[in-house]
Write a protein that binds this ligand. Sequence first.
Ligand code: PRP
Length: 224
Amino acid sequence: MAQELTVAMPKGRIFQDAAKLLRQAGIQLPADFENSRKLIISAENCSMKFILAKPVDVPTYVEYGGADIGIAGKDVLMEAESDVYEVLDLGISACHLAVAGLPDAAKRSSAYKVATKYPKTAARYFREQGEQVEVITLNGSIELAPLIGLADCIVDIVSTGRTLKENGLVEKEKISDITSRLIVNPVSYRLKKADIDQLIGKLTEVVKENLNGMDQKSGVEVLK
Ligand code: PRP
């Protein structure tokens, strides 16, 4: 690649899946990529540099040009509403966003309280349902809120469903499916179009291969 690309990677639950995808696309990452404490790491066979950021900050790095490209969960993107191009569904780290609460939770009223780390998304969802609720923003362990009476329900990510189950909560409504996406800074896309398109092309192939692999394993036929 002629020009160096800076890629913002989300530390945490998406990281392993994202690193695997990059390796599948032929990008040689150092052997300790997943375990290093370094925050800036270069690829070994191409002109790419990776910055390791908190997932919620990835859209910010890309929007402001700190990175040309980023990998971010759709949940984070829906909340951030950043001025970035979302160019590819990477199909990794699948989960969904849902409303959950205690099985016998009260019916919704105007005093209904919703705890979440996605305040904008939650407010938008209930507004679209024509319901007025009070949104309480927390930064983690959201499931605690209905257990200790801070909120009537939560809006949060459900992956395996284990956190809900182990805390005696149930899913009430699914809001949307979530996967990780490739995002691009609009100015970078103009200035480094050939290199970025080449990367998008490689990753698109990998995503297709992975999807085919999944179909064969499950025996499910997917419309292409
Ligand atoms: C996320 C999410 C749920 C949990 C869901 O939290 O907020 O709490 O994972 O996963 P599960 O369905 O597989 O149990 P995370 O682990 O990111 O930590 P947090 O509570 O600090 O947000």
